[in-house]
Every structure is written in structure tokens, then in C-alpha cells.
Design a protein around this ligand. Sequence first.
Ligand code: GLU
Length: 164
Amino acid sequence: MCGIVGGTSERNILPILVEGLRRLEYRGYDSAGVAFKKNGSISVTKNKGRVDQLAKKLNLKTNQSNLGIAHTRWATHGIPSEKNAHPHHSKNIFVVHNGIIENHNHLKAQLKAEGIRFSTQTDTEVIAHLIRMYTEKGQSFEKAVFNTIKKLKGAYALGIIDKN
Ligand code: GLU
């Protein structure tokens, strides 16, 4: 398990998120990523490797945001790669996760049967799809998150953004 940072601020949140990730580096990780709100949409930047490289990609001098989530990953399911790095998303839902979803195979099979396509090898991706599925059934974001958590078995700390 590695690190999660999330926040909202009147100042630019991006340097704060990166500093948070730097403080968590001692825990070990193989990749890092950030999702942040910009001009009404969510941007995602990921990097296999160091937080410093992620910071360069993020272009902290020109990028501005007031809301974001960030993650350092220590892969448990799926190889260390940019694709498997968090955040993961399903339409409007963006998720960072530390821990392990033990019943992810079972949940994945159920979601696939509903026509959901997976784009990573991680256990985490089921969380984003489940929340999206509940919101599309008309549930509020909060309710969708709580109903998703009821389905998860394992250990998890989560940071989640709904674009809306
Ligand atoms: N199980 C998740 C993955 O493999 C999260 C690992 C972590 O805690 O960093 O992507």
C-alpha cells in the first residue's frame, strides 16, 4: 500500500498534491498519478516512475486547479505501468485507491455481464465502474459511493471525484 492525497483549495492545488506525494515517497511505489478539475472537466496525468517526473509532466507553472486527487501505487494487481497507474475512471467518476479489493474478480464478472469494458488489469477499476453504474441508475454521488463500498471486500482507502 502506498499513498493517497486529495484536496480542494482556493490556491492552486497541484503543487500541494505533488508535495503530498513527495512526503509519501518513503513508503515505496512504482508509479504515480493525479486527476484534477480544470475548466469543468477532469484532467489525468500519470507516470511510471518518480513523482519528480510526474511533476514535470504536470507543468505546475501553467496548470491551475482547485480540486484534485493524487496517488502513488505499489502494484498488487496488474503490472507496474502507466496504464495501470491510478487514477482510474469510468465516464465521470475518477478513483485513486490504496489497498486490495479481494472480490474484484467476482465484481468484474458481474460488470462485464452488464456490458462494461475494462481498460486496466487492476482490482481498482471495478470501483469506478460500480460508482458510475449506481449514479446512472439515478443515485446521488454519495449514495453510489456508499452502495459501492458495501460490495467491496478487502482493504481500501479511496479518493474519488465525480466530474459533476
Ligand atoms: N491494488 C491496487 C493496484 O494494484 C492499489 C495498490 C496500492 O495500494 O498502491 O493498483
